[in-house]
Ligand binder design. Structure first.
Ligand SMILES: Nc1nc2c(c(=O)[nH]1)N[C@H]1C(S)=C(S)[C@@H](COP(=O)(O)OP(=O)(O)OC[C@H]3O[C@@H](n4cnc5c(=O)[nH]c(N)nc54)[C@H](O)[C@@H]3O)O[C@H]1N2
Ligand SMILES: Nc1nc2c(c(=O)[nH]1)N[C@H]1C(S)=C(S)[C@@H](COP(=O)(O)OP(=O)(O)OC[C@H]3O[C@@H](n4cnc5c(=O)[nH]c(N)nc54)[C@H](O)[C@@H]3O)O[C@H]1N2
Ligand SMILES: [Mo]
Length: 773
């Protein structure tokens, strides 16, 4: 295909503004509004030029357009014809649809050592990867290879494994359903379940908790439910930055009379007030206040808060039997309630106040709101999932909703807000190191393969296996493994022990420089790119945070004719690795994505008439037994009250608890710029936000430069990790709690510090001390 003029790549190196000194302004008390539009347009024009900017922003989340590669927040049903503006969605698109290109000449100019000295920001600003590149053993520079050579290199290494379990296949959550399905089929045809994914670091704790409590690891609400709720609790989530389109839903809920409670250590602007840039009122007026209550609790104390609320509900029920609990729901649909109520005897509400840092009155008010509301939704994200006791915390929040019968009725339910735009779909497609027997059996029957039954590695287990020399081939379908995972130095060293590392990527990142003995970078099409097979434009499908599956079609001419789709890369590699007479018809699968969808339909329940229903303008909703019919796919068919011992995060003397979080100007490890606008911090990301009273108590001062040292008691005693030269910023965070940006602080997160049951790295509670630099 010949690129149109606006598709011509820019190959001169862009001039990059590297970080300078930190600037502070007052944190914002509202989100979006006119500045959001201005920033989005500026970034769009810089990266894409005027024509592509207009083309992409017009096609974002449209009926015939592409699914936004930003977050997994759903479209409002029936609204897909209107452009839904979102600053950070626009930035995600600009980042992908940039005209800048990383060519073989770029790699000839910059050796791997040189690139290792560059920041992640500098790397991603270079533009789209434009040619397959190979770093041969002992080489200093990546050099161009043909696709054939690249497949040959991978197939040779896979052929030389002494066990298929010496290969690991990572996935990041942007991969489409079709690509994810063929990718896991490839891994299982090879004979391994080593399919770690970004979800292991993200909502794994939600999946683990909900799986046990309600029998399915997905949220139980839809957008109309949120709009109809009378109480919405938002715990551990910063929607103004990470799910901006959620604010429009919250605004609507608010207009319908909902009360919104923000539960967060930080007064995030998006939780406070929203100015919809698409409405006159949002441009000229003061916007809509969102949160009615802001509960500024300490890091890791949500479980205590939920348990305190449960205790108050129980007391109210005892005082006026039959008025608080939903007895019909409890009797008919739940197990374990009596044991849970007994556990509540031990709750000391003064202790809950101490742990959370909230007042008794705040806790009682929340319990009153939960007691008197008829339709309650609990939303959460990384602030709950990335703690040692994350699974117990989410299960505790679920217990509270169960007591009031808030599952499987309109306007109520559980709402884990997913991150990557198709992370939920990838899991549905089998990207999981321990898929159930029913899935594996169906896959085997459909394709005539024998999937391995032994569970594979998740992300943390994969790093440990690499470190132990048990992995020879590491392949990543997207993502930035070395920067997103904990313990950056240890992880880079582990990757270095692999024979071959392979990255299927859209943009250059640090993981391309954390190589095995040899390494490949394979450039792929993104969501915005036109994907044509035999003259026919292909569409892919994705599943949003509320289990809605719909189509996405890119429209932009790719930045180079060397880019291949993720589906093609997997299927071509499979033909090379397994030969053309393999049981799986790889050539046929890649010839038309409808064929893949037909196969998905035969393997995965809920995809009946996939190709027909996915073409409806709003797509279709996957089944969710608790939501649809209050049925629970647990051994006894009931929802289960969890009975975990109460846990929280104590703050050792002279230490702080650090959470690692996102600024307003990044997408995970991809830094778009240095302006965390809502928090009023710009210029440089190496900052640590600390409560002013703690700064004084620690004998430090605002603006001082410090090293952050993390302390972790591992099996071999006290371990320390250090990152250098961070500026202290006095900030409104609870006493004893601090915050700094991910991924700069990932070297501080110990690989062994993981959530119980879900094995998710504990990124929101790192014990630290600050040492003057
Ligand atoms: N623009 C943009 N959008 C994104 C992303 C991005 O990087 N940029 N990333 C995507 C991905 S993969 C994900 S998973 C989501 C992440 O979305 P979020 O979970 O909103 O992301 P974080 O920045 O990690 O923010 C965590 C929030 O939880 C709060 N928090 C931290 N610890 C606690 C706690 O113990 N209790 C409570 N109650 N609150 C706590 C923090 O103060 C912060 O407000 O966003 C997705 N969308
Ligand atoms: N300390 C700390 N660590 C964390 C977190 C935290 O809050 N704190 N959050 C965790 C969470 S929630 C997540 S989800 C992970 C994220 O982990 P990952 O998903 O691994 O990381 P990303 O930064 O999203 O990956 C960005 C890269 O993906 C590639 N890419 C983008 N789009 C596409 C595409 O369409 N196809 C392909 N093949 N490649 C593409 C680009 O090359 C880009 O450089 O990080 C986790 N790590
Ligand atoms: Mo995530």
């Amino acid at each position: 295909m010949s690129p149109s003029p606006q598709g011509d790549p820019r190959t001169t190196e862009p001039s990059i503004t590297e970080p300078r000194e930190v600037h502070r302004k007052h944190p914002k008390t509202w989100a979006a509004g006119v500045p959001a539009v201005a920033v989005a347009l500026k970034r769009g024009l810089e990266q894409m030029g005027p024509v592509r900017t207009a083309q992409t922003l017009f096609h974002l989340n449209q009926r015939n357009g592409f699914d936004c590669p930003g977050c997994a927040w759903p479209e409002t049903p029936g609204h897909r014809k209107h452009a839904e503006f979102c600053e950070n969605g626009a930035k995600a698109v600009a980042e992908e649809a940039t005209r800048r290109a990383v060519t073989p000449e770029f790699f000839a100019r910059h050796g791997v050592e040189d690139l290792r000295t560059r920041s992640g920001y500098w790397l991603s600003q270079q533009g789209r990867l434009a040619h397959p590149m190979y770093l041969a053993p002992g080489d200093t520079h990546y050099r161009p290879v043909s696709w054939d050579e690249a497949y040959g290199i991978i197939a040779d290494e896979l052929g030389a494994l002494s066990s298929p379990d010496e290969a690991v296949f990572y996935t990041s959550g942007r991969t489409s359903n079709e690509a994810a399905f063929v990718y896991q089929l490839f891994a299982r045809s090879l004979g391994t379940n080593n399919l770690p994914d970004c979800s292991n670091m993200c909502h794994e704790s939600s999946g683990a908790a909900l799986g046990t409590s309600i029998g399915i690891g997905k949220g139980s609400v839809t957008v109309p439910d949120l709009e109809a709720a009378d109480l919405i609790l938002i715990a551990g989530q910063n929607p103004g930055t990470n799910h901006p389109r959620m604010l429009a839903t919250l605004e609507k809920a608010k207009h319908n009379g909902a009360r919104i409670v923000a539960i967060n250590p930080l007064p995030e602007a998006g939780l406070m007030r929203f100015k919809d840039p698409q409405k006159v009122g949002g441009v000229l007026g003061s916007g809509t206040p969102l949160a009615d209550d802001f509960l500024q609790l300490r890091l890791g104390s949500d479980m205590a808060l939920f348990r305190g609320v449960a205790r108050l509900l129980r007391d109210a029920e005892r005082a006026a039997p039959g008025t608080v609990f939903d007895h019909e729901f409890l009797d008919e649909h739940c197990a374990g309630v009596d044991d849970y109520l007994a556990l509540l005897d031990d709750v000391d509400l003064d202790e809950v106040a101490d742990i959370t840092g909230l007042t008794r009155k705040q806790i009682e008010d929340l319990a009153d709101a939960v007691r008197t509301s008829q339709r309650i939704v609990l939303c959460w994200a990384m602030g709950l999932t990335q703690h040692r006791h994350a699974v117990a915390t989410i299960a505790e929040g679920t217990n509270v909703l169960l007591l009031r019968g808030m599952i499987g009725k309109p306007g109520a339910g559980l709402c884990p807000v997913r991150g990557h735009s198709n992370v939920q779909g990838d899991r549905t497609m089998g990207i999981y190191e321990k898929m159930p027997e029913s899935f594996l059996a169906a896959l085997d029957a459909e394709f005539g393969i024998t999937s391995p039954r032994k569970h594979g590695y998740d992300t943390v287990a994969a790093i440990k296996a690499m470190a132990a020399g048990r992995v020879r081939v590491f392949m990543a379908m997207g993502g930035n493994f070395v920067s997103a995972t904990p313990d950056t130095e240890a992880t880079a060293a582990a990757l270095g022990k692999c024979a071959l590392t392979v990255h299927v990527s859209t943009k250059l990142n640090e993981s391309h420089l954390a190589t095995g003995r040899h390494a490949l970078i394979l450039p792929t099409l993104g969501r915005t790119d036109l994907d044509v097979v035999d003259g026919v434009p292909q569409r892919v499908s994705v599943e949003d945070s509320m289990s809605v599956v719909h189509l996405s079609r890119g429209s932009l001419p790719p930045v180079s004719d060397q880019l291949r789709s993720e589906v093609a890369i997997v299927c071509e590699l499979a033909q090379r690795a397994f030969g053309t007479d393999h049981a799986v018809p790889w050539a046929q699968l890649m010839s038309d994505y409808d064929v893949i969808r037909d196969r998905i339909e035969r393997v995965i329940p809920g995809f009946e008439d996939f190709n027909i229903r996915v073409r409806r303008s709003d797509g279709f909703v996957l089944p969710h037994p608790p939501r649809d019919s209050r049925s629970f796919d647990t051994p006894d068919g009931k929802a289960h009250f969890a009975h975990h011992p109460l846990e929280w995060v104590p703050i050792p003397e002279g230490r702080l608890i650090l959470q690692t979080l996102r600024s307003h100007d990044q997408y995970n490890t991809t830094v778009y710029g240095h302006d965390d606008r809502y928090r009023g911090i710009s210029g440089n990301r190496r900052v640590v936000m600390v409560n002013p009273a703690d700064i004084t108590a620690l004998g430090l001062r605002d603006g001082q430069h410090v090293d952050i040292v993390s302390e972790f008691r591992g099996s071999d005693g006290l371990e320390e990790r250090r990152v250098h030269d961070f500026e202290i910023v006095a900030y409104d965070t609870p006493r004893g709690n601090a915050a700094a940006y991910y991924p700069e602080t990932n070297p501080l997160v110990p690989l062994d510090s993981v959530a119980k049951e879900s094995n998710t790295p504990v990124s929101k509670a790192v014990v630290i001390r600050l040492e003057p630099a």
